[in-house]
Design a protein around this ligand. Structure first.
Ligand code: FAD
Length: 390
């Protein structure tokens, strides 16, 4: 593929270095993990040691203090190389909640250890089984005790990487929904030290899924969270979580662009190589066009990711662009995945080509971390001004 995003941005060196690191983790590495549903520990350790997971942490706290576009370039390259950032990408965006809304003491206590890799902040507990996308209806409750500390009861689902994380950003109700004037009030964010909490009111149960994702459900039974671990003001947590969503959308969109590039490169190479009826299958326009179309859609999505990133970095409101970038990039990666599997014919279904694995992995982005419907509803209501549906 001629186009390389490195032609367009300032991150040539980072992109090349990430690609080099990823080359040490080829298809066989991921296939074995996929079969065993095992966590990519060696890969995550290598990224941590190289400092890639802490690029967004300011230098004063031991990170590289780079812009969001640098993190986006790293995640894109990981996916483009056929690897998967799902085992560790959350650290990049959940850390922002602490950085933006934590006190100076909290930042000084936690961020340097997260930057050095001593502590992993990979778990993000928002989704619950009964409330789903309707976040403000979540039921996990953190009740203040006589000392002002909190006692948490409830359950989360799809808390990815919880078994491989030391800390969790947790969203819980601190005032019942029927006692607040706005349903978005009365929710609070906590930094849970899972090293202390596991076995002391925190139970983690893995969920086996379509792809290897180390996701879990977590149960809280009288789990104690010290008052020092409340982030920001009590009751304002929903706003804090929302404020991190644009960065999350942009980073996930970059992963999707990386996936799309992997599928397109893989499909074009195979189309040139595979000979049927005495000529390469890629000589047939029926094979060429779906790949070319996927390429055009990937490039369009990539432009939207860049526009969302530009606005984000300029401190402008980028809610619409970040959401569109995530949706368009997830669509582009899935379209490319589909073209890739079709180009490979029967071999697309064979484990050893990695196509079916990446196909399963990229399918997730239609649903998580935000589903396509919810993005469309955001655009319809907040950008186009149509009536609220919920
Ligand atoms: C592998 C995996 C990892 C995840 N990791 C995390 C994590 O680390 N932390 C975390 O908190 N969550 C995580 N999630 C949860 C994820 O964010 C949710 O699954 C996603 O937001 C959708 O919510 P839901 O599953 O509850 O679907 P529901 O809310 O039950 O919705 C089901 C379907 O109905 C649609 N729908 C719902 N309401 C409307 C509406 N008003 N209009 C139109 N359509 C609607 C949805 O779009 C969806 O397609 C993960 C999920 C998966 C599968």
């Amino acid at each position: 593929m001629k186009h390389h995003a490195a032609e367009q941005d300032e991150y040539h060196d980072i992109r090349d270095a990430v690609a080099k690191l990823c080359a040490q983790f080829p298809g066989e590495y991921w296939r074995k993990l996929d079969r065993e549903m095992a966590y990519p520990k060696a890969f995550v350790d290598a990224l941590t040691e190289a400092g890639y997971l802490s690029v967004l942490i300011p230098e004063e706290y031991g990170g590289a203090g780079l812009k969001l576009s640098a993190a986006a370039a790293i995640l894109e390259e990981i996916q483009r190389a056929g690897c998967n950032g799902g085992g560790c990408h959350a650290q990049m965006y959940t850390m922002g909640t602490l950085l933006r809304h934590g006190s100076d003491e909290q930042k000084a206590k936690w961020l340097p250890k997260i930057a050095s890799g001593e502590l992993r902040l990979q778990a993000f507990g928002v989704t619950e089984p009964t409330s789903g996308t309707d976040t403000t209806s979540l039921k996990t409750f953190a009740k203040k005790d006589a000392n002002g500390d909190y006692v948490v009861n409830g359950q989360k689902i799809w808390t990815s990487r919880a078994e491989y994380s030391d800390l969790m950003i947790l969203l819980a109700r601190t005032t019942p929904k029927d006692q607040v004037t706005k349903k978005t009030e009365g929710l609070s964010v906590f930094l849970v030290d899972m090293r202390e909490a596991r076995g002391n009111g925190l139970e983690i149960r893995p969920i086996r899924t379509m792809m290897n994702h180390a996701t879990t459900e977590v149960f809280f039974t009288d789990m104690k969270v010290p008052k020092e671990n409340l982030i920001g003001e009590e009751g304002k947590g929903f706003r804090y979580i929302l404020s991190g969503m644009n960065a999350e959308r942009i980073l996930i969109a970059s992963e999707c662009v990386g996936d799309a590039k992997w599928f397109i490169a893989k499909a074009s190479a195979y189309a040139k190589d595979r000979t049927v009826f005495g000529r390469p299958i890629g000589q047939n326009q029926g094979i060429q066009f779906p790949i070319a179309k996927a390429y055009a859609n990937m490039r369009a999505a990539e432009l939207m990711v860049k526009e969302a990133t530009r606005k984000y970095e300029a401190g402008m409101d980028c809610g619409a662009e970040a959401n569109m970038a995530k949706m368009l990039a997830a669509d582009a990666s899935f379209e490319a995945a589909n073209a890739c599997i079709q180009t490979h014919g029967g071999f697309g279904f064979a484990e050893e080509y990695d196509v079916e694995r990446k196909f399963r992995e990229t399918r997730l982005y239609q649903v998580a971390p935000i589903s396509t419907n919810l993005i469309l509803s955001h655009l319809a209501e907040h950008v186009l001004g149509m009536p609220r549906s919920y």
